[in-house]
Design a protein around this ligand. Structure first.
Ligand code: DGY
Length: 326
């Protein structure tokens, strides 16, 4: 008998077809956003779940789903998982590292460029029919090439951004991370390790790429923003909650920093109204990994994790491999 799985959000049809070859699949191609209670109901009798960042998997849910063996997240981030609770319940968690690194780094760089060069603000001006003539300082922003790029969080995506900055844009690249990279990796990235304070004070463009954890909550708030250059840009492609969005909006309004680019928000998909009202922030709806090839690769990897574990006993990218009995 085939194992039963739940695919909690709409997914590429070809990935669904692949899953159906191995599993009895309950899918959600209408992409209904289930409440936690509805998710629990749908998970009854399922051995596997294909999840995205919008399904919270915690102790309360796990207690009601005793047959569940694996949740395969179609995301590299997994702050929707209570990993300790999953481990305690013997439920394997998997994510989708590597396949989205370069695409997400491209987008981080695009947000740096868009914020520094005031692309969204100037486009809105043009579309509003306000462009009447050339002016020497019209939408004059700050340079990206040759400036100092600061990176907070130096995992795979941070390193890919560093390479773009150092080797493509001739930038001085500085970074701060929980642990320092080895010398060979630093050299390959063209990046130098600095304290968080030096990072804040020296960066012309600061990009956040650290994973979310409770300790990372409001890593950037009013005190940190006050240490940045008034000409600086801040970009967040990590997770909502790492930046205090209200403090950022105040800083952007008061000229504490010049501009920002955000792909993630506290309480998304809601966005702080003060941010929505500001011209000097570029706002995108959590799409840093959103190219068709990359999203397909993420979905395929999540599917391969389900097939690997439930059919062959081995997942490709486990987060808590200790639950697998050898
Ligand atoms: C991730 O992979 O963590 C992204 O944020 C989801 O697209």
């Amino acid at each position: 008998m085939k194992p039963n799985i739940l695919v909690a959000r709409a997914v590429f049809p070809q990935v669904l077809t692949l899953l159906e070859q191995h599993f009895e699949v309950t899918s959600n191609q209408d992409d209904v956003l289930w409440t936690p209670a509805q998710l629990i109901a749908k998970l009854q009798g399922k051995q596997g779940a294909f999840t995205t960042g919008s399904q919270r998997i915690d102790a309360e849910l796990l207690a009601t789903c005793p047959e569940l063996k694996i949740c395969a997240n179609m995301a590299v981030g997994y702050n929707n998982f209570d990993l300790d609770a999953m481990t305690a319940a013997g439920v394997l968690a998997t994510n989708t590292p590597d396949v989205l690194t370069e695409t997400t780094a491209d987008f981080g760089f695009a947000l740096i460029m868009a914020a520094a060069r005031r692309m969204a603000e100037s486009e809105h001006f043009l579309r509003a029919g306000l462009w009447n003539s050339w002016r020497y300082d019209m939408f004059a922003g700050s340079d990206v090439h040759g400036s100092t790029l600061g990176i907070l969080g130096m995992g795979r995506i941070g390193q890919a951004i560093a390479k773009r900055g150092a080797h493509g844009f001739g930038m001085k690249v500085i970074y701060h991370n929980r642990s320092r990279l080895d010398a060979a990796t630093e050299a390959a990235c063209g990046a130098a390790y600095v304290s968080k304070q030096d990072l804040l004070q020296q960066a012309d463009h600061l990009i956040l790429v650290l994973p979310y954890s409770p300790e990372a909550y409001h890593t950037i708030g009013a005190a940190e923003l006050a240490q940045m250059k008034p000409t600086a840009t801040l970009v967040n492609i990590a997770r909502g909650g790492i930046v205090d969005d209200a403090a950022l909006a105040a800083a952007l309004r008061q000229g504490v920093i010049a501009a920002a680019g955000l792909d993630v928000y506290e309480g998304e998909p809601k966005v702080h109204p003060d941010l929505l009202a500001l011209p000097n922030v570029v706002l995108t709806p959590h799409i840093a990994s959103a190219t068709m090839p990359t999203r397909l690769a993420m979905a395929q990897l999540a599917a391969d994790n389900l097939i690997g574990y439930l059919v062959h006993g081995k997942a490709l990218t486990p987060l808590n491999p200790q639950v697998v009995k050898t």
